[in-house]
Design a protein around this ligand. Structure first.
Ligand code: BGC
Length: 928
């Protein structure tokens, strides 16, 4: 006790006396800290600044990069010494050193100078490592086992033994597979990846993974590698039409290269080739949708043979099988493995992120146990049992229970996800599947040798493990529960692509869902790398005539994407720019965005009417696209084409400006204005301030997307408010306009109403779902009363778009487009009647933002953290124009006092609110 106090005192003095005021932390290269196997030849470097002094900003930086850690420790940047650069940029600084080489690890550090010219110490050393950058870096061959093709193909096991004569000091495995591979080296699983290499538009792009193998695990003498191959998204069969759409009927195959370096500098490489042995694996069936069967007795199968080379794709894809229009075209007909470009993924692969134990185990029927994990999520279970050889344990997964307490799979449509484990009969056996995942809360288990306990079946939650960046909590338990459900739906649906849902015969990268949820998603998790990857799936899939598809990577394509869905190609990169300040995602996708927008602008409907109309078929719900999908009250679908055409043109014009393309900026801006004019002529009634349809959605969409003129905005917002009141303070919105409703209410002076709508416990609303036991977001407002057999998921993130309002309005943390990536941002909390406290934190690329407020009597307290090198516009609600900061009177009667408070400037004083500009540091504002 005494000792630690002494230590604190010493530390305090040490800190006080230290020469450097600032610390540089959290070094990142591209999207991650210490990324292994990246491909960018000019990676972008980012760091965060910590300082005890308010308002610290960077004025200069120096970066050192070396390929030798010892050199760097001596401050020698033999690969790049940026020298002292005058710049405040601490994010996305482009590497400008010597050309980067395949395989190499580069060590780096950075120091900065602050606004007073004071220099920081160098940061700690960090690193990144390059992957294999050129085709010639690979000597591996595609191998597998001929004769295992099928619908789906069989799983195979590959094995290779090799001898080492010397002590290794470094080892890497570069690998990929089709559909998915699972690697074991000397008895240990390689990496934590699940279902690697993940899902891409395989016909164009595949990801390979880089694994660092601890040299300790290499033995002088015999070493062995075992690979098991399964179908993954490549050959499982996907889609709601019976799950028949597959890129290939196999066989499954692998591409593998292990590179070792020895103490004397010599090297050895082991590649996949015909020297490997192959046999069918104990995984007797496997598919993403249906589940996996593992017969442990087959581990003793001795039928090895030499691996086959599989350099060509013998079985043409059946991916777009029953869409003859598309099947005949494009890249699907003739295709060779060598045509696929092998790339490193900008996002981490799916992993097990947490384990869950059952909260309840029941036995509704003799010998059939139901495990309830208390949470709807994505993943699988591990079973641990002891029993006789041949004993079969059958596990059925679902989100719901029948009246009898058994697992109900009715809402999974054409699939019945089931895993089976057949025991080999020696000791305690543990098993978990490798080539499937399920969206579920319950598992029904039959065939257990004895009464189970909570350790018999343990659940594993999987998703792409990007960092969770946001936290949100408030004084209202219902709001907190809604938030928790959103987070779970996000986790559940980050499975290599942003999926609509994780459980039924779908699990596809639907564009509309992703674009509408992207802002909320980006508060909760670091989505930049994940969406960068998905944008490549979209652009790889894009049709040559410019349109994009509804689902990406494309599958069951069915022609051009629908309004509000296709526009994700513009909106998602834009959101990434707003949240992360990442210009590269704009640059990389600019041509694709342009093609999509041009497609709409040049569409016959636009040529004829000056505005884009999507029209196809006669189905009244789908005729004009998906409209404001699955609402309580349907809004006209036709105008949505034009509203998103406007929005995409507008965004594209802005993006063109950012990328330095003034001619494009001008022309898309003019096109946007033309659409806007036409839109209002066609759909707006100026007298009543109503858009065609008069529903909440009909008015919200044009209002939020910027089609309504300044003069008409109040009237239109007023109509939305009235409509909400007419529905007894309830929403009637669908996928698209739900995200818009609460922000519009809050901004038009009806924040209390917004809060009321958000917390309604009666139908329809988020509170209603929770009253009915939801642990994640439902797909339908009425999932409980809608028939189960159709489209009725309990784990869709689309209605989770309310999360943006929690962060942006209740807690008030919002991006400011004049400082993308939160280099500038807003903290404008809005207390609502009945809510006494709300708090959000958000980890940006500069550091953590915090906004925590509480109301007690007349006093409003707002605790704020602003990362260094950023500035925030803080709007403090204040009835009487009095604001104190950490005890000092800052504003009195709306005017700045003489007391100077470091880091704070008064920007505006208006009745009811005081606007401040606040620079890096921690603050506590108290207002009256
Ligand atoms: C999916 C959605 C998707 C929609 C398009 C559904 O089947 O689950 O989330 O956006 O179709 O209409």
């Amino acid at each position: 006790m005494k000792f630690s106090r002494l230590l604190l005192i010493i530390l305090f003095f040490y800190k006080g006396l230290a020469a450097y005021a600032q610390n540089i932390e959290n070094l990142k290269v591209e999207y991650q800290a210490r990324p292994l196997g990246i491909e960018s030849l000019s990676p972008r470097l980012s760091w965060e600044i910590r300082s005890p002094k308010r308002g610290t900003t960077q004025t200069f930086y120096q970066i050192l990069v070396s390929d030798d850690e010892k050199n760097l420790a001596k401050n020698i940047g033999n690969v790049w010494d940026s020298k002292k650069i005058k710049s405040g940029q601490s994010r996305w600084v482009t590497y400008q050193g010597k050309p980067l080489e395949s395989r190499k690890r580069y060590y780096w550090k950075v120091k900065i100078w602050d606004e007073t010219g004071k220099m920081s110490a160098f940061s700690e050393t960090s690193w990144w490592e390059m992957g294999l950058l050129k085709k010639e870096d690979w000597s591996a061959q595609w191998i597998g086992m001929k004769g295992t093709e099928g619908k789906p193909p069989k799983s195979v096991e590959l094995e290779k033994t090799f001898t080492l004569k010397k002590r290794a000091v470094r080892a890497r495995i570069y690998a990929t597979g089709l559909g998915a591979y699972h690697l074991i080296f000397n008895g240990k699983k390689v990496g934590g990846d699940i279902l690697a290499p993940g899902w891409t538009h395989y016909l164009k792009t595949m990801h390979y993974q880089t694994y660092e193998i601890d040299p300790e695990n290499l033995t002088i003498g015999s070493n062995f590698i075992t690979a098991t191959l399964g179908n993954g998204w490549w050959s499982s069969g996907l889609g709601w039409e019976g799950g028949n759409h597959r890129y290939s009927e196999g066989p499954c195959r692998m591409f593998f290269q292990m590179e070792m370096e020895f103490y004397d500098g010599s090297r050895q490489t082991v590649i996949s080739d015909q020297s490997w042995q192959v046999r069918t694996s104990p995984v007797t069936s496997n598919s993403i949708y249906h589940g996996e069967t593992y017969d442990a007795r087959l581990e003793y199968n001795k039928q090895w043979k030499s691996a086959d080379l599989l350099d060509d794709l013998e079985n043409a894809t059946t991916l777009f099988g029953n869409d003859p229009k598309v099947n005949a075209s494009e890249e699907t007909a003739k295709f060779r493995m060598a045509d696929i470009s092998l790339r490193a993924s900008p996002a981490p692969q799916i992993r097990v992120v947490r384990e869950l134990q059952a909260v309840n185990i029941t036995e509704p029927r003799k010998g059939r146990y139901v495990f309830d994990f208390g949470q709807n999520f994505s993943g699988f279970v591990r079973v641990s049992v002891e029993g006789k050889a041949g004993k079969e344990i059958v596990m059925k997964f679902g989100e719901l229970l029948t009246d009898k307490g058994l697992v109900d799979q009715a809402n999974l449509r054409s699939i019945r996800p089931t895993d089976k484990f057949i025991l080999k009969g020696y000791g305690v056996e543990q098993w978990e599947p490798r080539f499937t995942y399920h969206g579920f809360r319950y598992v029904e288990v039959e065939g257990l040798p004895s009464k189970p306990d909570k350790n018999t079946i343990v659940a594993k939650v999987i998703h792409n493990p990007v960092a969770e960046t946001g936290t949100f909590t408030s004084s209202d338990p219902l709001i907190n529960k809604i938030y928790e459900n959103i987070v779970w739906s996000q986790r559940s649906n980050m499975q290599s692509v942003p999926t609509d849902c994780p459980q039924r015969d779908e699990r596809l990268g639907w564009m509309g869902d992703a674009q509408i949820f992207a802002p909320t998603a980006s508060y909760i998790m670091d989505m930049n790398g994940f969406f960068t990857k998905w944008m490549r799936d979209i652009t790889d899939s894009q049709h040559s005539s410019g349109y994009v598809y509804d689902i990406n990577p494309k599958l069951l394509v069915g022609g051009p994407s629908k309004p509000a869905w296709g526009d994700a190609v513009v909106i998602v990169p834009w959101r990434m720019y707003q949240f992360y300040g990442d210009k590269e995602i704009l640059r990389e996708n600019y041509e694709a965005m342009k093609k999509w927008v041009d497609y709409m602008n040049n569409h016959p409907s636009t040529r004829q009417n000056g505005i884009y109309h999507f029209e196809s078929g006669t189905d009244p719900v789908m005729k004009y696209g998906y409209g404001d999908w699955v609402p309580v009250e349907r809004s006209p679908g036709k105008p949505i084409g034009g509203s998103y055409q406007y929005f995409s043109n507008r965004l594209l014009a802005t993006i063109a400006g950012i990328l330095g393309k003034p001619a494009d900026a001008t022309s898309y801006s003019a096109l946007a204005e033309g659409v806007k004019k036409k839109y209002n002529e066609l759909y707006f009634d100026k007298t009543s301030g109503q858009y065609e349809g008069k529903t909440q959605g009909a008015n919200l969409i044009p209002l939020s997307l910027g089609l309504t003129s300044e003069a008409d905005r109040n009237k239109v917002a007023g109509n939305v408010v009235q409509n909400v009141k007419d529905h007894n303070d309830h929403l009637t919105t669908g996928f698209i306009s739900t995200a818009m409703l609460l922000p519009v209410l809050s901004e038009s002076g009806h924040h209390d109403l917004a809060y009321k709508v958000a917390t309604q416990k009666t139908y329809p609303g988020w509170g209603y779902m929770i009253e009915k036991g939801a642990t994640s977001m439902w797909e339908l407002w009425n999932s409980d009363t809608e028939k189960p057999e159709g489209m009725n998921s309990r784990n869709h993130f689309a209605y989770g778009s309310i999360g943006e309002w929690f962060y942006g309005y209740l807690a008030g943390i919002r991006p400011d487009d004049s400082g993308p990536g939160f280099s500038k941002f807003m903290i404008a909390p809005m207390p609502a009647q009945g809510l006494t406290h709300a708090e959000a934190t958000y980890q940006t690329g500069y550091g953590k933002i915090r906004s925590a407020w509480a109301v007690a009597g007349k006093e409003f307290t707002l605790k704020v953290s602003v990362p260094f090198n950023t500035s925030a516009t803080v709007i403090v609600p204040s009835a009487e124009g009095i604001v104190k900061e950490t005890g000092k009177l800052l504003v009195s009667k709306g005017k700045l006092t003489k007391i100077l408070v470091p880091g704070v400037r008064l920007l505006k004083s208006e009745p009811g609110r005081i606007t401040l500009q606040v620079s890096g540091g921690d603050y506590e504002f108290v207002s009256e």
